[in-house]
Design a protein around this ligand. Sequence first.
Ligand code: PBG
Length: 320
Amino acid sequence: MRRLRRTSALRRLVAETTLTPNDLVAPLFVREDATEPMPIESLPGVVQHTQDSLRAEVKSLSQLGVPAVILFGLPAGKDAEGSEAWNPDGVVQVALRNLRDDLGDEMVLMADLCVDEYTSHGHCGIVGVDGRVDNDATLDLYARAAVAQADAGADVVAPSGMMDGQVLAIRDALDEEEFDQVAILAYAAKYASSFYGPFRDAVDVTIADGGDRKGYQQDWRNGREALEEIRLDLGEGADMVMVKPAMAYLDIIARARVEVDVPLAAYHVSGEYAMIKAAAANGWIDEDSAALEQLTAIKRAGADFILTYFAGAVAELLGP
Ligand code: PBG
């Protein structure tokens, strides 16, 4: 076997997997009350953007060849339902309009579709009297947010709340308002993961009363269940499906790849990024090669594209 590993050119010739900037989606945070970009301590190199700094960043990502971004909003005010998620002048809606003005169709604009950044209690839906998130009541909120995002110019809405029936509710709402061209990227297999820790800093979310999302996100002991989630979302009209997080779920990505022929995404989440950053800052690993190795492994496992906080840096490394 070693004959073909002898030179860099030989290795390039026989490489089975190639990562390119086209495989990357950059998650970006935009904060309504920010007057300058605010660093996020647990996500070095990532900031909460102002509308202006977001526009500059997306332009530069576009120049690096990154084809898509996904937006998360930090509203100036929160309430029990998360109503800023569907305010036509809400922070993400304003951002979508700006970016569409700046870039036309040059960049795919995705909007994360959930209410947790917008609710006072930090849950992904309406909390009922029993303290649990009410599945069916929440669907109506997602439908409203989807229409607001589509109206503001989103190419893709990405429901991440893990409510049953959310894809169907969103597809129906979009079609009813004649947004039939807006695609749905379903966070289909999303696990209740510890690796979202830094993201909660990034969006200033604390789940009320020490709560968690285990009542709606998946249990990481389960694999077959993820395939059922994916099948259900496709049946409800998802155009693309996602597995999240990525590194501890390469088996799920590989199994999903065998099962589905629609585009398959994986989310290399905040904690996965932060671990590489922290180890590299200590001089314990090489940041660039660790990032390339992980992202290439996710693609090798079967993902077509990857949401990653390394998008800009890795696109720069890979070149055009
Ligand atoms: C929910 C959402 C979360 C992430 C993306 N969408 C947080 C959660 O489910 O608690 C996490 C992303 C990351 O950790 O990078 N709107």
